[in-house]
Design a protein around this ligand. Structure first.
Ligand code: ASP
Length: 346
C-alpha cells in the first residue's frame, strides 16, 4: 500500500515568485511549486493537496486560517496516513502551536515546513524540506504505527515539536529551534528519530477538532524604565481576558509596590496573567527570586518553560473552550500536549 499524504499549501516563501515590477517576493500557486520538485514522484506516494486561495505570506496568518487548516485535516483525517502543511516561516511556530491545541486526540503526523529561499531558486532549501517532510509524514515504526503522532516542524537538519519551536533566524537555513526540548529527529544522511522525545499515544481516539479560539489576549514586555502609567494603561486594555507577561530571567519583575499593586488589581478584576520568561532558554521559577515570588503571590500563573508562541495560542484555545477563569489558570500551569515541563520549584 502506498502511503497516502495530504499536503495543505498555505503559502510562504517556498512557493513564492518574484514580482516582475517591484522584485519583491509574492505567494504563487501550488502547481508552480510542484513543477519545481519533480523528485517527489520518486517517492511513490499517493499525494493530494488542498491550497489556500490565494496563498498567503504567513505574516497575514490569522485564526480563520488556522480554522481552515484544521478543517482540511479533520475532514480528511481517516483517508490519509499523514499531513504536510506548507507554510511561511514567519508565523510557523504560532501555527504549529495553535494546531497542537486545536487538533484534539491527534495520533497521525502533521508536519509543517517551508523554506528560506523560493522553490524556483537554484540554491533553494525548499526541495529538501518538502521531500523530507513527506518522508517523515509517511514513516511508520516497526509495529506499523506512524512514527510521529503530533504536530512538528521540519526545517533543514531538525524535526522539532511544533509547540516547542521558535523561529530563530531570518537568514539561516536552520531557521527553527526548540530551546527547551530536544529535537524529535536529526536529519543527515538519514532521518534519525529520537524515540525518547517523540510523543507517545497509548490509546488512539477519534480526532476532535476545536475551532473556537478566543483572541481576547495580549502580551506585555517588561523592560527597565517601564512606567506605571504605561503599564496600567496596558493592563486596562478593554475586553482583554488573558495577558502573557514577558518577564526577566527566572520569571522576575520589579519589586516596586506600584508594579505589584497594578498586577494584583488586574488579577482581581479577573484578568489571567501568565508569566513567561524573555530568556530563550530556561524556565520560570517562581520561588527563586523575590521578583517572581511577588508576581506569584499577586496571582500570576507560572508558564514554566513554555514558548511565547505556545503561551499565546494556549490562552486563545483555553478561553475559546469557554472555561471559567480558575479552570483556565489550572490548565495553563500544566502540560496539555507536551508544550511545557514542570520543573522542581528552585
Ligand atoms: N514572509 C515569509 C512568510 O512567512 C517568510 C518565509 O516563508 O520564510 O510567509
Amino acid at each position: 500500500m502506498k502511503p497516502r499524504i495530504l499536503i495543505v499549501y498555505t503559502g510562504g516563501t517556498i512557493g513564492m515568485i518574484e514580482d516582475p515590477v517591484s522584485k519583491a517576493l509574492k505567494p504563487f500557486d501550488f502547481s508552480h511549486l510542484m513543477e519545481n520538485v519533480p523528485k517527489v514522484k520518486m517517492l511513490d506516494y499517493h499525494i493530494d493537496n488542498i491550497q489556500f486561495n490565494p496563498p498567503i505570506d504567513s505574516s497575514d496568518m490569522d485564526i480563520r486560517h488556522w480554522q481552515s487548516i484544521v478543517k482540511s485535516i479533520a475532514d480528511n483525517y481517516d483517508r490519509y496516513d499523514g499531513f504536510v502543511v506548507l507554510h511561511g516561516t514567519d508565523t510557523m511556530a504560532y501555527t504549529a502551536s495553535a494546531l497542537s491545541f486545536m487538533l484534539g486526540n491527534l495520533s497521525k503526523p502533521v508536519i509543517i515546513t517551508g523554506s528560506q529561499l523560493p522553490i524556483g531558486e537554484v540554491r533553494t532549501d525548499g526541495e529538501e524540506n518538502l521531500i523530507t517532510a513527506l518522508q517523515i509524514a509517511a514513516d511508520r515504526d516497526r509495529y506499523g504505527n506512524p512514527t510521529v503522532r503530533e504536530v512538528a516542524i521540519l526545517f533543514e537538519n531538525y524535526l522539532w515539536r511544533g509547540n516547542r519551536s521558535t523561529k530563530r533566524s531570518a537568514d539561516n537555513f536552520n531557521a527553527f529551534k526548540s530551546n527547551n526540548y530536544p529535537e524529535l529527529a536529526k536529519i543527515g544522511l538519514g532521518i534519525y528519530f529520537k524515540p525518547a522525545a517523540l510523543r507517545k499515544i497509548d490509546d488512539v481516539r477519534p480526532l476532535t477538532p476545536y475551532y473556537d479560539l478566543d483572541a481576547s489576549v495580549m502580551s506585555i514586555d517588561l523592560f527597565p524604565g517601564l512606567e506605571e502609567r504605561v503599564f496600567r494603561h496596558q493592563l486596562a486594555t478593554p475586553g482583554i481576558k488573558g495577558i502573557v507577561l514577558r518577564t526577566y530571567g527566572a520569571g522576575n519583575g520589579p519589586t516596586k509596590p506600584w508594579f505589584i499593586d497594578a498586577v494584583r488589581e488586574a488579577v482581581d478584576r479577573g484578568v489571567v496573567i501568565l508569566n513567561v520568561t524573555q530568556c530563550v532558554n530556561g524556565s520560570v521559577h517562581s520561588s527563586r527570586y523575590m521578583g517572581a515570588d511577588y508576581l506569584a503571590s499577586a496571582g500570576v500563573i507560572s508558564g514554566h518553560d513554555i514558548t511565547f508562541e505556545a503561551a499565546m495560542t494556549k490562552m486563545m484555545y483555553l478561553f475559546g473552550l469557554g472555561l471559567d477563569v480558575n479552570e483556565v489558570k489550572r490548565l495553563l500551569a500544566e502540560p496539555l500536549v507536551g508544550e511545557l515541563t514542570v520543573k522542581s520549584p528552585k
